[in-house]
Design a protein around this ligand. Structure first.
Ligand code: C5P
Length: 232
């Protein structure tokens, strides 16, 4: 897979989602379906968006005992998404089990990527709440390396971490990066933000963009601006 822009479809219903996607007419952007939309509408939303011809990143961030995650991934593998994810903190054993579950009888499977540390987790919260005393950057790289050992395809990380992840895990190890904003846009609740052009320079493979596109006056123009800056 090459570089691409993934639109975070953070909507509460299928109706709102289709109203948004209808604006794209002939275009079929890569979309991310997260917990909100999936829990509201169930697997049918995935099938319907797939039937419209979009690639799908199913962002459900699984984290449980290896056997449960393996069985859940086997169910998700039937939805024919292009990418899905889990928490690297579930351990290497959990990630290996997930990969096994996700692999279809014919050997094919969606890309499987790991969340390292959420971008909402600060050094202080990690130390105080989780009792992890190492520097946050090191924890992210260690978790990325665990994902690589388990055979996963890549990680979700901040654009600023993408280069380091590639240095540690190789350029073929995929980096999917949220926290993207236009230079002249609203930051919202994101903290460490990067423009699409800067994310490209930093080596991100996929940028995940939500509100700069979904809340734009002209979402199609905003998407095209992202693609022009990031893919070129
Ligand atoms: O609207 P915005 O561009 O901030 O949306 C970013 C998307 O990426 C949201 O769906 C958010 O849940 C997701 N995400 C994130 N940071 C992470 C992991 C996922 O912003 N570390």
């Amino acid at each position: 897979m090459g570089k691409d822009v993934i639109i975070a479809c953070d909507f509460a219903s299928a109706e709102e989602t289709f109203k948004f996607l209808d604006k794209f007419e002939g275009k079929k952007p890569f979309v991310k379906i997260g917990m909100e939309l999936y829990y509201a509408e169930g697997p049918s939303i995935v099938r319907e968006i797939k039937a419209r011809g979009h690639k799908i990143f199913l962002d459900l961030k699984l984290h449980d005992i290896p056997n449960t995650v393996k069985k859940a991934m086997a169910v998700l593998s039937r939805l024919d998404v292009d990418m899905t994810n889990l928490h690297a903190s579930g351990t290497i054993a959990m990630m290996e089990a997930a990969l096994e579950g996700l692999t279809r009888p014919d050997g094919t499977r969606p890309l499987l990527i790991a969340v390292t540390q959420l971008t909402s987790t600060s050094q202080e919260r990690m130390e105080n709440d989780l009792l992890i005393k190492e520097p946050l950057d090191e924890v992210v790289l260690h978790y990325a390396n665990n994902a690589k050992i388990a055979g996963l395809d890549g990680v979700v990380c901040a654009p600023l971490e993408a280069g380091k992840v590639h240095d540690r895990c190789g350029n073929g190890f995929v980096t999917v990066t949220p926290g993207v904003r236009f230079a002249d846009g609203d930051v919202g609740d994101q903290v460490r933000v990067t423009t699409p052009a800067r994310a490209k320079e930093l080596g991100s493979d996929y940028i995940v963009v939500g509100r700069p596109i979904t809340a734009a006056a002209d979402p199609v123009a905003a998407y095209e601006r992202c693609v022009a800056e990031f893919v070129g």
